[in-house]
Design a protein around this ligand. Structure first.
Ligand code: 5RP
Length: 273
């Protein structure tokens, strides 16, 4: 049977006969932006998978973080539950985390029933060399901190863009601070007066007005200058009336898994001082 030229060409395309390998030029056909987005997702996936494989065991209670990286960790948890018949109980850190747990048909619980967790796994916006974190890019910092504080082990999953020497080097959006709505102006002023920089009310996208957290509060994003004593700054901010919680997670993470650009994963442990 003879095939016409267009049919032959289309078969050739489907069988990968279009071009010799050396003629394939990814930057021409795939924008750089897309290539790096693909690399970032792969880095997140690998970090999430490795954290779950190294820290999750049968009969554990887990804290489930929020954000885009944790989605990969939850995928892996669900797969292991199916394959290994693990008995796990999951406590969410946000509405998003609750949905993730339910969508993956994992066992949902809360801190009333499980106030002590074996492991909490969560993402971060930035990680410094001492494993201090900025969190709350997704606005879930308060519940994330409560859940992390209830866990024997707090494990963070991130991609290479989050790894920095000192906070603020990579994450430019500021430290998220959850505040009671009526206090957002006095808190904004108090932060600028005590520590400098500027705290701005986080505005919603696709909704008029500010972001409202899962707890019914507002978020300030504090763009700071020249801060190094994060432990005391965190304590001092928390003392301002109206502040619910800060996105500074100081001395909480035991280990951070970073997915790297080359497809490998490395981890960093907290030094015990
Ligand atoms: C949400 C968080 C997230 O864990 C943090 O923003 C990281 O998110 P992603 O994994 O999407 O980069 O703190 O409040």
């Amino acid at each position: 049977m003879w095939l016409k030229l267009p049919a032959l060409l289309s078969l050739g395309l489907r069988w990968g006969l279009r071009a010799a390998p050396q003629r394939w030029q990814p930057p021409l056909s795939i924008p750089r932006r897309k290539l790096s987005a693909g690399m970032e997702e792969e880095a997140k996936r690998k970090a999430g998978y490795m954290a779950v494989d190294n820290h999750v065991q049968d009969n554990q209670t887990l804290g489930i973080g929020s954000g885009s990286t944790i989605v990969y960790a939850v995928d892996r948890i669900a797969k292991r539950v199916q394959e290994e018949n693990l008995k796990l109980v999951c406590v969410p850190t946000s509405f998003q985390a609750r949905q993730l747990i339910l969508q993956h048909q994992l066992t949902l619980s809360d801190l009333d029933r499980h106030p002590e967790l074996d492991v909490a796994i969560d993402g971060a916006d930035e990680v410094d060399s001492d494993l201090n974190l900025i969190k709350g890019g997704g606005g879930c910092l308060t519940q994330e901190k409560i859940v992390a504080a209830c866990a024997k082990e707090f494990i963070v999953v991130a991609d290479y863009r989050k790894d920095s020497k000192s906070l603020g080097e990579k994450w430019k959006k500021g430290v998220p601070i959850e505040v009671i709505p009526m206090a957002y102006v006095p808190v904004t002023k108090a932060i600028a007066a005590k520590f400098g920089g500027a705290a701005e009310l986080r505005m919603a996208v696709n909704k008029a007005g500010p972001v409202v957290t899962d707890n019914g509060n507002f978020i300030l994003d504090w763009k700071f200058d020249n801060i190094s004593d994060w432990k005391n700054v965190n304590i001092d901010i928390k003392m301002i009336p109206g502040v619910v919680e800060t996105g500074l997670f100081i001395g909480m993470a035991e280990r951070v898994y970073f997915g790297l650009e080359d497809g490998s994963v490395c981890f960093r442990d907290r030094c015990s001082h």
